[in-house]
Design a binder for this molecule. Structure first.
Ligand code: PMP
Length: 467
Protein backbone atom coordinates (compact mmCIF):
# COMPACT_ATOMS: atom_id res chain seq x y z
CA UNK A 1 0.00 0.00 0.00
CA UNK A 2 1.09 3.54 -0.78
CA UNK A 3 1.94 5.62 2.26
CA UNK A 4 -0.09 8.82 2.44
CA UNK A 5 2.98 10.65 3.71
CA UNK A 6 0.91 12.30 6.41
CA UNK A 7 -0.54 11.92 9.89
CA UNK A 8 -3.16 9.38 8.75
CA UNK A 9 -0.50 6.67 8.39
CA UNK A 10 -0.16 6.48 12.15
CA UNK A 11 -3.83 5.78 12.94
CA UNK A 12 -5.16 2.42 14.07
CA UNK A 13 -8.45 1.13 12.68
CA UNK A 14 -10.05 1.59 16.09
CA UNK A 15 -8.88 5.19 16.23
CA UNK A 16 -10.19 5.91 12.76
CA UNK A 17 -13.55 4.31 13.50
CA UNK A 18 -13.86 6.36 16.67
CA UNK A 19 -13.23 9.59 14.79
CA UNK A 20 -15.68 8.49 12.10
CA UNK A 21 -18.36 7.60 14.63
CA UNK A 22 -17.99 10.78 16.63
CA UNK A 23 -17.63 13.37 13.89
CA UNK A 24 -18.38 12.18 10.39
CA UNK A 25 -21.99 12.39 9.27
CA UNK A 26 -22.18 10.23 6.14
CA UNK A 27 -24.61 10.54 3.23
CA UNK A 28 -27.94 8.90 4.15
CA UNK A 29 -26.78 8.52 7.78
CA UNK A 30 -29.36 7.08 10.17
CA UNK A 31 -29.17 9.88 12.74
CA UNK A 32 -31.05 7.68 15.20
CA UNK A 33 -28.03 5.41 15.43
CA UNK A 34 -25.31 7.97 14.71
CA UNK A 35 -22.01 6.91 16.24
CA UNK A 36 -22.78 3.21 16.29
CA UNK A 37 -21.41 2.30 12.88
CA UNK A 38 -18.43 0.05 12.45
CA UNK A 39 -17.63 1.07 8.91
CA UNK A 40 -14.96 -0.58 6.79
CA UNK A 41 -12.08 1.90 6.48
CA UNK A 42 -10.81 2.14 2.90
CA UNK A 43 -7.10 2.90 2.72
CA UNK A 44 -6.05 1.82 -0.74
CA UNK A 45 -7.03 0.48 -4.13
CA UNK A 46 -5.62 -1.28 -7.17
CA UNK A 47 -7.58 -2.23 -10.27
CA UNK A 48 -11.01 -3.52 -9.20
CA UNK A 49 -9.85 -4.11 -5.63
CA UNK A 50 -10.12 -1.91 -2.57
CA UNK A 51 -7.98 -2.45 0.54
CA UNK A 52 -9.19 -1.80 4.07
CA UNK A 53 -7.27 -0.72 7.16
CA UNK A 54 -7.14 -4.31 8.41
CA UNK A 55 -5.37 -5.54 5.30
CA UNK A 56 -8.40 -7.13 3.63
CA UNK A 57 -8.83 -7.03 -0.13
CA UNK A 58 -12.36 -6.34 -1.33
CA UNK A 59 -13.77 -6.49 -4.87
CA UNK A 60 -15.41 -3.16 -5.60
CA UNK A 61 -18.79 -4.51 -6.71
CA UNK A 62 -20.62 -1.14 -6.96
CA UNK A 63 -17.67 0.63 -8.64
CA UNK A 64 -17.50 3.02 -5.69
CA UNK A 65 -20.87 4.56 -6.51
CA UNK A 66 -21.33 3.57 -10.18
CA UNK A 67 -18.21 5.53 -11.08
CA UNK A 68 -14.78 3.86 -10.84
CA UNK A 69 -14.68 2.95 -14.56
CA UNK A 70 -10.90 2.53 -15.07
CA UNK A 71 -10.24 1.18 -11.57
CA UNK A 72 -7.93 2.30 -8.80
CA UNK A 73 -4.23 3.08 -8.64
CA UNK A 74 -3.73 4.63 -12.08
CA UNK A 75 -0.38 6.37 -12.03
CA UNK A 76 -1.16 8.33 -15.23
CA UNK A 77 -4.17 9.86 -13.47
CA UNK A 78 -2.09 10.82 -10.45
CA UNK A 79 0.58 12.39 -12.66
CA UNK A 80 -1.87 14.44 -14.73
CA UNK A 81 -3.68 15.64 -11.61
CA UNK A 82 -0.40 16.60 -9.92
CA UNK A 83 0.82 18.38 -13.05
CA UNK A 84 -2.41 20.36 -13.37
CA UNK A 85 -2.13 21.42 -9.74
CA UNK A 86 1.33 22.81 -10.48
CA UNK A 87 0.11 24.50 -13.70
CA UNK A 88 -3.17 26.11 -12.57
CA UNK A 89 -4.79 24.59 -9.50
CA UNK A 90 -7.72 26.96 -9.86
CA UNK A 91 -9.05 30.15 -11.29
CA UNK A 92 -12.59 31.56 -11.26
CA UNK A 93 -14.70 30.26 -14.17
CA UNK A 94 -16.92 33.33 -13.81
CA UNK A 95 -14.47 35.62 -15.58
CA UNK A 96 -11.68 33.56 -17.21
CA UNK A 97 -11.65 30.29 -19.00
CA UNK A 98 -8.82 27.77 -18.79
CA UNK A 99 -7.22 25.48 -21.32
CA UNK A 100 -8.29 22.08 -19.91
CA UNK A 101 -11.95 23.00 -19.33
CA UNK A 102 -12.28 24.44 -22.84
CA UNK A 103 -10.74 21.34 -24.41
CA UNK A 104 -12.95 19.05 -22.32
CA UNK A 105 -16.09 21.01 -23.27
CA UNK A 106 -15.32 20.48 -26.95
CA UNK A 107 -14.56 16.79 -26.35
CA UNK A 108 -17.90 16.26 -24.55
CA UNK A 109 -19.76 18.07 -27.33
CA UNK A 110 -18.22 15.59 -29.79
CA UNK A 111 -19.25 12.62 -27.64
CA UNK A 112 -22.88 13.61 -27.07
CA UNK A 113 -25.62 12.94 -29.62
CA UNK A 114 -27.32 15.44 -31.93
CA UNK A 115 -26.72 19.13 -31.36
CA UNK A 116 -26.00 18.80 -27.63
CA UNK A 117 -22.91 20.95 -27.89
CA UNK A 118 -23.14 23.41 -25.02
CA UNK A 119 -21.58 22.23 -21.79
CA UNK A 120 -22.34 23.70 -18.38
CA UNK A 121 -19.80 22.28 -15.93
CA UNK A 122 -20.82 21.44 -12.37
CA UNK A 123 -19.27 19.75 -9.35
CA UNK A 124 -21.14 16.43 -9.58
CA UNK A 125 -24.41 14.79 -10.60
CA UNK A 126 -26.79 16.59 -8.25
CA UNK A 127 -25.54 19.98 -9.36
CA UNK A 128 -25.75 18.85 -13.00
CA UNK A 129 -29.43 17.96 -12.52
CA UNK A 130 -30.07 21.10 -10.48
CA UNK A 131 -28.52 23.16 -13.27
CA UNK A 132 -30.60 21.36 -15.91
CA UNK A 133 -33.82 22.05 -14.00
CA UNK A 134 -32.88 25.68 -13.40
CA UNK A 135 -31.96 26.01 -17.07
CA UNK A 136 -35.37 24.70 -18.13
CA UNK A 137 -37.07 27.23 -15.86
CA UNK A 138 -34.85 30.02 -17.19
CA UNK A 139 -35.54 28.93 -20.79
CA UNK A 140 -39.29 29.19 -20.34
CA UNK A 141 -39.04 32.55 -18.60
CA UNK A 142 -36.94 33.79 -21.50
CA UNK A 143 -39.54 32.50 -23.93
CA UNK A 144 -42.20 34.52 -22.14
CA UNK A 145 -44.12 31.57 -20.74
CA UNK A 146 -43.45 31.62 -16.99
CA UNK A 147 -46.35 29.24 -16.32
CA UNK A 148 -44.55 26.39 -18.12
CA UNK A 149 -42.72 25.11 -15.05
CA UNK A 150 -43.88 21.64 -14.04
CA UNK A 151 -41.39 18.79 -14.20
CA UNK A 152 -42.55 15.22 -14.63
CA UNK A 153 -40.35 12.60 -12.99
CA UNK A 154 -40.85 8.97 -12.02
CA UNK A 155 -41.25 6.91 -8.89
CA UNK A 156 -37.97 5.24 -7.86
CA UNK A 157 -35.92 7.82 -9.78
CA UNK A 158 -32.78 9.24 -8.16
CA UNK A 159 -31.58 12.57 -9.47
CA UNK A 160 -29.53 13.97 -6.62
CA UNK A 161 -29.37 15.65 -3.28
CA UNK A 162 -29.72 19.40 -3.82
CA UNK A 163 -33.18 20.72 -2.91
CA UNK A 164 -34.37 20.64 -6.51
CA UNK A 165 -32.70 17.43 -7.66
CA UNK A 166 -33.90 15.68 -4.48
CA UNK A 167 -37.39 17.02 -5.19
CA UNK A 168 -37.23 15.38 -8.61
CA UNK A 169 -36.18 12.07 -7.04
CA UNK A 170 -38.98 9.59 -6.58
CA UNK A 171 -37.88 7.24 -3.82
CA UNK A 172 -40.55 7.70 -1.16
CA UNK A 173 -38.35 6.41 1.65
CA UNK A 174 -35.92 9.28 1.08
CA UNK A 175 -38.66 11.82 1.72
CA UNK A 176 -39.70 10.60 5.14
CA UNK A 177 -38.23 13.52 7.02
CA UNK A 178 -37.52 15.93 4.18
CA UNK A 179 -39.43 18.75 2.51
CA UNK A 180 -39.32 19.06 -1.26
CA UNK A 181 -40.49 21.39 -4.00
CA UNK A 182 -43.56 19.20 -4.38
CA UNK A 183 -45.55 21.91 -6.18
CA UNK A 184 -43.19 21.78 -9.17
CA UNK A 185 -42.63 18.05 -9.56
CA UNK A 186 -45.20 15.48 -10.59
CA UNK A 187 -44.45 11.74 -10.47
CA UNK A 188 -45.56 8.97 -12.76
CA UNK A 189 -44.92 5.25 -12.24
CA UNK A 190 -41.64 3.44 -12.72
CA UNK A 191 -41.49 1.33 -15.89
CA UNK A 192 -40.31 -1.74 -13.98
CA UNK A 193 -41.42 -4.78 -16.01
CA UNK A 194 -40.77 -7.06 -13.01
CA UNK A 195 -43.52 -5.25 -11.10
CA UNK A 196 -46.07 -5.20 -13.91
CA UNK A 197 -49.53 -6.59 -13.17
CA UNK A 198 -49.93 -10.35 -13.54
CA UNK A 199 -51.10 -11.29 -17.02
CA UNK A 200 -49.93 -8.07 -18.69
CA UNK A 201 -47.35 -8.35 -21.49
CA UNK A 202 -44.25 -6.14 -21.48
CA UNK A 203 -45.59 -4.24 -24.49
CA UNK A 204 -48.94 -3.61 -22.83
CA UNK A 205 -47.14 -2.49 -19.70
CA UNK A 206 -44.88 -0.16 -21.71
CA UNK A 207 -47.86 1.36 -23.50
CA UNK A 208 -49.62 1.89 -20.18
CA UNK A 209 -46.56 3.67 -18.73
CA UNK A 210 -46.21 5.89 -21.80
CA UNK A 211 -49.91 6.68 -21.62
CA UNK A 212 -49.40 7.66 -18.00
CA UNK A 213 -46.93 10.31 -19.18
CA UNK A 214 -49.34 11.62 -21.79
CA UNK A 215 -52.27 11.59 -19.38
CA UNK A 216 -50.24 13.50 -16.81
CA UNK A 217 -49.20 16.15 -19.33
CA UNK A 218 -52.85 16.58 -20.31
CA UNK A 219 -53.98 16.64 -16.69
CA UNK A 220 -51.46 19.34 -15.75
CA UNK A 221 -52.02 21.12 -19.05
CA UNK A 222 -49.28 21.09 -21.72
CA UNK A 223 -48.87 24.84 -21.26
CA UNK A 224 -47.74 24.17 -17.69
CA UNK A 225 -45.37 21.25 -18.28
CA UNK A 226 -41.74 22.18 -18.91
CA UNK A 227 -39.82 18.92 -18.92
CA UNK A 228 -39.73 15.19 -18.40
CA UNK A 229 -36.62 13.91 -16.60
CA UNK A 230 -35.58 10.27 -16.80
CA UNK A 231 -32.59 8.04 -16.18
CA UNK A 232 -32.18 5.71 -19.19
CA UNK A 233 -32.01 2.91 -16.60
CA UNK A 234 -33.30 3.77 -13.13
CA UNK A 235 -30.08 3.02 -11.28
CA UNK A 236 -30.44 3.56 -7.54
CA UNK A 237 -34.11 2.61 -7.92
CA UNK A 238 -32.85 -0.95 -8.54
CA UNK A 239 -31.43 -1.10 -12.07
CA UNK A 240 -34.87 -0.84 -13.65
CA UNK A 241 -34.61 -1.56 -17.36
CA UNK A 242 -37.66 -0.21 -19.16
CA UNK A 243 -39.41 -2.30 -21.82
CA UNK A 244 -38.01 -1.88 -25.36
CA UNK A 245 -39.18 1.30 -27.03
CA UNK A 246 -40.26 3.06 -23.82
CA UNK A 247 -37.88 6.03 -23.99
CA UNK A 248 -38.50 6.65 -27.68
CA UNK A 249 -42.24 6.65 -27.14
CA UNK A 250 -41.86 9.01 -24.15
CA UNK A 251 -39.74 11.34 -26.29
CA UNK A 252 -42.45 11.35 -28.98
CA UNK A 253 -45.02 12.34 -26.36
CA UNK A 254 -42.71 15.11 -25.13
CA UNK A 255 -42.26 16.42 -28.69
CA UNK A 256 -46.04 16.33 -29.24
CA UNK A 257 -46.66 18.66 -26.29
CA UNK A 258 -43.55 20.85 -26.49
CA UNK A 259 -42.08 19.33 -23.33
CA UNK A 260 -38.29 19.09 -23.00
CA UNK A 261 -36.64 15.71 -22.39
CA UNK A 262 -33.79 15.59 -19.86
CA UNK A 263 -31.83 12.35 -19.94
CA UNK A 264 -30.00 11.86 -16.65
CA UNK A 265 -26.94 9.87 -17.69
CA UNK A 266 -25.04 10.35 -14.45
CA UNK A 267 -24.81 6.56 -14.14
CA UNK A 268 -25.31 5.33 -17.71
CA UNK A 269 -22.72 7.70 -19.24
CA UNK A 270 -19.03 7.01 -19.81
CA UNK A 271 -19.12 3.39 -20.78
CA UNK A 272 -21.42 1.75 -18.24
CA UNK A 273 -23.63 0.50 -21.10
CA UNK A 274 -20.79 0.16 -23.61
CA UNK A 275 -21.06 3.67 -25.11
CA UNK A 276 -20.06 7.17 -24.07
CA UNK A 277 -23.74 7.97 -23.67
CA UNK A 278 -26.64 5.53 -23.74
CA UNK A 279 -29.47 7.84 -24.86
CA UNK A 280 -28.91 7.57 -28.59
CA UNK A 281 -26.77 4.43 -28.95
CA UNK A 282 -28.79 2.19 -26.65
CA UNK A 283 -32.24 3.81 -26.40
CA UNK A 284 -32.45 5.56 -29.77
CA UNK A 285 -33.29 9.01 -28.42
CA UNK A 286 -31.68 12.41 -28.77
CA UNK A 287 -32.82 14.33 -25.72
CA UNK A 288 -32.72 18.10 -25.23
CA UNK A 289 -30.40 17.96 -22.23
CA UNK A 290 -28.03 15.31 -20.88
CA UNK A 291 -26.68 15.37 -17.35
CA UNK A 292 -23.54 13.42 -16.50
CA UNK A 293 -20.86 13.09 -13.80
CA UNK A 294 -19.34 10.06 -12.00
CA UNK A 295 -17.59 7.98 -14.69
CA UNK A 296 -16.41 11.15 -16.44
CA UNK A 297 -13.38 11.14 -14.12
CA UNK A 298 -13.69 7.52 -12.91
CA UNK A 299 -14.08 9.05 -9.45
CA UNK A 300 -10.56 10.50 -9.41
CA UNK A 301 -12.00 14.03 -9.11
CA UNK A 302 -15.50 15.43 -8.51
CA UNK A 303 -17.04 16.76 -11.72
CA UNK A 304 -20.38 16.91 -13.52
CA UNK A 305 -21.92 18.51 -16.57
CA UNK A 306 -25.27 19.56 -17.94
CA UNK A 307 -25.08 19.46 -21.72
CA UNK A 308 -27.67 21.45 -23.60
CA UNK A 309 -28.88 21.40 -27.20
CA UNK A 310 -27.74 24.29 -29.42
CA UNK A 311 -31.33 24.79 -30.37
CA UNK A 312 -32.35 25.79 -26.83
CA UNK A 313 -29.49 28.26 -26.58
CA UNK A 314 -30.41 29.76 -29.97
CA UNK A 315 -34.06 30.07 -28.96
CA UNK A 316 -33.13 31.98 -25.81
CA UNK A 317 -30.71 34.35 -27.46
CA UNK A 318 -33.13 34.84 -30.35
CA UNK A 319 -35.85 35.77 -27.91
CA UNK A 320 -34.19 37.94 -25.33
CA UNK A 321 -30.82 38.88 -26.81
CA UNK A 322 -27.94 40.33 -24.80
CA UNK A 323 -28.25 40.71 -21.04
CA UNK A 324 -30.02 37.35 -20.60
CA UNK A 325 -27.84 36.07 -17.79
CA UNK A 326 -28.18 32.43 -16.74
CA UNK A 327 -27.39 33.14 -13.11
CA UNK A 328 -26.37 29.63 -12.12
CA UNK A 329 -22.90 28.31 -11.35
CA UNK A 330 -20.35 27.46 -8.74
CA UNK A 331 -16.91 28.56 -7.65
CA UNK A 332 -15.72 25.12 -8.68
CA UNK A 333 -17.75 24.73 -11.92
CA UNK A 334 -15.42 22.87 -14.28
CA UNK A 335 -12.50 22.91 -11.84
CA UNK A 336 -9.34 22.63 -13.97
CA UNK A 337 -7.88 19.75 -11.96
CA UNK A 338 -11.14 17.80 -12.33
CA UNK A 339 -11.27 18.61 -16.05
CA UNK A 340 -7.67 17.45 -16.49
CA UNK A 341 -8.62 14.20 -14.75
CA UNK A 342 -11.64 13.79 -17.05
CA UNK A 343 -9.56 14.33 -20.18
CA UNK A 344 -7.00 11.75 -19.05
CA UNK A 345 -9.71 9.31 -18.03
CA UNK A 346 -11.35 9.58 -21.45
CA UNK A 347 -7.96 9.15 -23.14
CA UNK A 348 -7.26 6.00 -21.11
CA UNK A 349 -10.71 4.62 -21.94
CA UNK A 350 -10.05 5.24 -25.64
CA UNK A 351 -6.54 3.76 -25.59
CA UNK A 352 -7.62 0.66 -23.69
CA UNK A 353 -10.80 0.25 -25.77
CA UNK A 354 -12.93 0.12 -22.61
CA UNK A 355 -16.23 0.63 -24.47
CA UNK A 356 -15.49 -2.37 -26.68
CA UNK A 357 -14.48 -4.38 -23.60
CA UNK A 358 -17.81 -3.59 -21.92
CA UNK A 359 -19.77 -4.64 -25.00
CA UNK A 360 -17.81 -7.89 -25.24
CA UNK A 361 -18.05 -8.66 -21.52
CA UNK A 362 -21.74 -7.74 -21.06
CA UNK A 363 -23.26 -11.10 -22.16
CA UNK A 364 -20.92 -13.08 -19.89
CA UNK A 365 -21.54 -10.78 -16.91
CA UNK A 366 -25.32 -10.91 -17.35
CA UNK A 367 -25.34 -14.67 -17.80
CA UNK A 368 -23.31 -15.18 -14.62
CA UNK A 369 -25.46 -12.90 -12.44
CA UNK A 370 -28.64 -14.36 -13.94
CA UNK A 371 -27.54 -17.80 -12.70
CA UNK A 372 -28.16 -16.52 -9.15
CA UNK A 373 -31.91 -16.78 -9.85
CA UNK A 374 -31.71 -20.46 -8.88
CA UNK A 375 -31.35 -19.43 -5.21
CA UNK A 376 -34.87 -19.61 -3.72
CA UNK A 377 -34.84 -16.16 -2.07
CA UNK A 378 -33.72 -14.45 -5.28
CA UNK A 379 -36.84 -13.12 -6.96
CA UNK A 380 -35.32 -11.37 -9.95
CA UNK A 381 -31.93 -10.62 -11.47
CA UNK A 382 -31.75 -7.92 -14.13
CA UNK A 383 -29.02 -5.97 -15.79
CA UNK A 384 -27.65 -4.26 -18.85
CA UNK A 385 -24.10 -3.32 -19.79
CA UNK A 386 -22.01 -3.72 -16.66
CA UNK A 387 -24.75 -2.92 -14.18
CA UNK A 388 -27.04 -5.43 -12.49
CA UNK A 389 -29.39 -5.88 -9.58
CA UNK A 390 -30.25 -8.95 -7.53
CA UNK A 391 -33.63 -8.58 -5.87
CA UNK A 392 -34.36 -10.91 -2.98
CA UNK A 393 -37.86 -11.63 -1.80
CA UNK A 394 -39.29 -13.55 1.09
CA UNK A 395 -42.39 -14.97 -0.51
CA UNK A 396 -43.08 -16.69 -3.80
CA UNK A 397 -45.70 -14.05 -4.70
CA UNK A 398 -42.78 -11.61 -4.85
CA UNK A 399 -44.62 -8.81 -3.07
CA UNK A 400 -43.87 -9.34 0.64
CA UNK A 401 -43.30 -6.17 2.61
CA UNK A 402 -41.39 -8.30 5.11
CA UNK A 403 -38.66 -8.48 2.50
CA UNK A 404 -38.31 -4.73 2.75
CA UNK A 405 -38.36 -4.61 6.54
CA UNK A 406 -35.75 -7.31 6.82
CA UNK A 407 -33.18 -5.15 4.95
CA UNK A 408 -32.00 -8.17 3.09
CA UNK A 409 -29.57 -6.20 0.93
CA UNK A 410 -27.66 -4.98 4.00
CA UNK A 411 -27.40 -8.49 5.39
CA UNK A 412 -26.08 -9.85 2.11
CA UNK A 413 -23.54 -7.03 1.81
CA UNK A 414 -22.25 -7.76 5.31
CA UNK A 415 -21.78 -11.47 4.55
CA UNK A 416 -20.10 -10.65 1.24
CA UNK A 417 -17.75 -8.09 2.77
CA UNK A 418 -16.51 -10.73 5.20
CA UNK A 419 -15.60 -12.81 2.14
CA UNK A 420 -13.98 -10.01 0.12
CA UNK A 421 -16.76 -8.37 -1.91
CA UNK A 422 -18.72 -5.14 -1.55
CA UNK A 423 -22.23 -5.25 -3.04
CA UNK A 424 -24.23 -2.08 -2.52
CA UNK A 425 -27.43 -2.75 -0.59
CA UNK A 426 -30.70 -0.98 -1.45
CA UNK A 427 -33.43 -2.29 0.87
CA UNK A 428 -34.05 -5.83 -0.46
CA UNK A 429 -31.73 -5.43 -3.43
CA UNK A 430 -28.01 -5.51 -4.13
CA UNK A 431 -26.67 -3.60 -7.06
CA UNK A 432 -23.46 -4.12 -8.95
CA UNK A 433 -21.64 -1.82 -11.34
CA UNK A 434 -18.02 -2.95 -11.12
CA UNK A 435 -15.09 -1.07 -12.62
CA UNK A 436 -15.38 -1.45 -16.39
CA UNK A 437 -11.94 -3.08 -16.61
CA UNK A 438 -13.23 -6.20 -14.86
CA UNK A 439 -12.19 -9.51 -16.45
CA UNK A 440 -14.23 -12.71 -16.83
CA UNK A 441 -12.20 -14.39 -14.07
CA UNK A 442 -12.94 -11.48 -11.76
CA UNK A 443 -16.64 -11.67 -12.65
CA UNK A 444 -16.55 -15.35 -11.67
CA UNK A 445 -14.89 -14.46 -8.37
CA UNK A 446 -17.45 -11.72 -7.71
CA UNK A 447 -20.49 -13.84 -8.49
CA UNK A 448 -19.21 -16.82 -6.49
CA UNK A 449 -18.84 -14.68 -3.37
CA UNK A 450 -22.24 -13.09 -3.95
CA UNK A 451 -23.80 -16.55 -4.26
CA UNK A 452 -22.30 -17.61 -0.93
CA UNK A 453 -23.42 -14.34 0.68
CA UNK A 454 -27.01 -14.81 -0.49
CA UNK A 455 -27.03 -18.49 0.53
CA UNK A 456 -25.70 -17.67 4.00
CA UNK A 457 -28.38 -14.99 4.38
CA UNK A 458 -30.99 -17.52 3.36
CA UNK A 459 -29.68 -19.96 6.01
CA UNK A 460 -30.14 -17.18 8.55
CA UNK A 461 -33.71 -16.59 7.36
CA UNK A 462 -34.44 -20.27 7.85
CA UNK A 463 -32.93 -20.12 11.37
CA UNK A 464 -35.05 -17.05 12.14
CA UNK A 465 -38.14 -18.92 10.97
CA UNK A 466 -38.77 -16.47 8.12
CA UNK A 467 -38.34 -18.86 5.25
N1 PMP B 1 -28.42 11.29 -11.05
C1 PMP B 1 -28.30 9.96 -10.96
C2 PMP B 1 -28.97 9.09 -11.97
C3 PMP B 1 -27.54 9.40 -9.92
O1 PMP B 1 -27.46 8.07 -9.80
C4 PMP B 1 -26.89 10.25 -9.01
C5 PMP B 1 -26.01 9.71 -7.89
N2 PMP B 1 -26.11 8.42 -7.54
C6 PMP B 1 -27.06 11.63 -9.15
C7 PMP B 1 -27.81 12.12 -10.19
C8 PMP B 1 -26.41 12.58 -8.20
O2 PMP B 1 -25.05 12.62 -8.41
P1 PMP B 1 -24.02 13.11 -7.28
O3 PMP B 1 -24.13 12.13 -6.15
O4 PMP B 1 -22.71 13.10 -7.98
O5 PMP B 1 -24.41 14.47 -6.87
Amino acid sequence: LESSGSVIDRQSTENLRNKDNQHYLHPWEDIGSFGENQRTVAVGGKGIYLYDSEGNRLIDGPGGMWCTQIGYGRKEMAEVIARQIMRTPYYSPFNLTNDVSAVLAEKLAQMTPGDLNTVFFTTGGSTAVDSALRFVSFYNNCKGRPEKKKIISRQDAYHGSTYLSASASGKTRDKNFQDTAADIISFIGSPNPFRRPVGMSEEEFRDAKVKELEDRILELGPANVAAFIAEPILASGGVVIPPAGYHKMCLDICRKYDVLYISDEVVTGFGRLGHWFASEKVFDIVPDIITCAKGMTSGYQPLGACIVSDNLIAEISGNTGKGTIFSNGYTYSGHPVACAAALKNIEIMEQEKILEHVRETEPYFLQKVKELEDIPIVGNVRGQGLMACVECLLDPDKQSSLALDYEMGGRIDKKCQAMGLIVRPIINMNVMSPPLIITREQIDEMVQILRRGIEQTMDQLVKDGLW
